[in-house]
Design a protein around this ligand. Structure first.
Ligand SMILES: [Zn+2]
Length: 325
């Protein structure tokens, strides 16, 4: 599998600016999708520098030891949360660095979603989270492309997502997914070899799902609690096997994202609780990079007034007996 070379986008100036603004710590209100930056610091030239196209590969510093920057959510229900000046400016700089239209919105800290009973014989199948919160959920499948710039971008922008990975395309570099997990993202089960499960007998399905549970527990250090059937294809045997191996829910999707577009299933817009499917793919597979894809998704969500929520938090609230987190 190909590992795309890293790219660095204005890293030095970004770090300098972030260090400068760390001297201020005042709370400001962030009002809906339009965030107003305080006038204490307007590093226009640095912002332009930060927004320049990627530098040469050799200029990329080693960021592997950089501590995670994800912060706990601070929102109150129904409003955009308050951010400190530091948080707002850091996010604005990250948005400029990754050439977004605006800073991404921040999800509410408390998931608002009704409880839902779970049967004892099969796991629930989730296509959309039944919430009125203005959140959507990003899920990224398979695992072939392991783009370091994508990891930098989700960390800088504080975008949570859930990876559903298959061993056959992930096994050459599980350290990439370990790092994504360490940064707070879900790494979940998408079978060992990505077969169409409905073509397999029950024992074949069970080995595809249970073996991947065991592999991910060993490689990532956490046993998955979520499962996504390849191609969205499942039957009763699939749901029984997944439950027997420790999965708490089968997660499908309502929207699919590519570097150049989102494909909606209904009325061409996002809805609260939509689950967005995309893939670990590179330019050879879809004429764009993973950062191009993420830029498209985040800009669309922000423009439509949506933040990115944590899938595990919402599922935990829906099914409180499930230790999804
Ligand atoms: Zn897949």
């Amino acid at each position: 599998m190909r590992v795309q070379g890293g790219r660095r986008e204005g890293g030095l100036s970004f770090a300098i600016i972030a260090a400068c603004i760390m001297t201020t710590a005042v709370v400001v209100s962030v009002d809906g999708p339009h965030m107003t930056l305080p006038a204490v610091f307007r590093p226009d030239s640095e912002l332009e520098a930060a927004a320049r196209p990627p530098a040469a590969e050799s200029a990329r510093p080693d960021t592997s030891r950089r501590p995670p920057t994800r912060k706990p959510w601070q929102a109150t229900e129904g409003e955009q949360p308050q951010k400190t000046v530091v948080e707002a400016q850091t996010l604005a700089l990250a948005a400029a660095k990754w050439r977004l239209g605006r800073s991404p919105l921040t999800a509410p800290s408390d998931a608002t979603v009704p409880r839902s009973p779970v049967t004892t014989t099969a796991i629930p199948v989730i296509r959309r989270i039944p919430t009125q919160d203005r959140v959507v959920f990003l899920t990224v499948d398979d695992g072939a492309e392991k783009d370091p710039a994508f990891m930098d971008m989700v960390r800088d922008l504080n975008i949570p997502f859930t990876a559903f990975i298959s061993d056959y395309v992930s096994r050459d570099n599980y350290s990439y997914f370990r790092e994504l997990s360490r940064l707070g993202n879900g790494v979940e089960n998408h079978t060992v070899n990505h077969p169409e499960l409905t073509r397999l007998a029950a024992d074949g399905q069970r080995s595809q799902i249970c073996n991947q549970q065991n592999i991910l527990e060993k490689e990532i250090g956490r046993r998955p609690s979520l499962f996504r059937p390849p191609y969205g294809a499942y039957n009763d045997a699939t749901l029984s096997a997944a439950k027997a191996c420790g999965s708490k829910a089968a997660v499908l999707w309502t929207v699919e994202a590519f570097p150049d577009r989102l494909e909606y299933s209904g009325d061409l817009k996002l809805h609260p609780g939509d689950i967005i499917l995309t893939h670990f793919r590179g330019p050879e597979q879809w004429r764009g990079s993973m950062t191009d894809m993420l830029r498209r998704v985040v800009n669309e969500a922000t423009a439509q007034g949506f933040a990115f929520g944590r899938l595990d938090a919402y599922l935990q609230r829906m099914h409180p007996t499930s230790p999804a987190a």
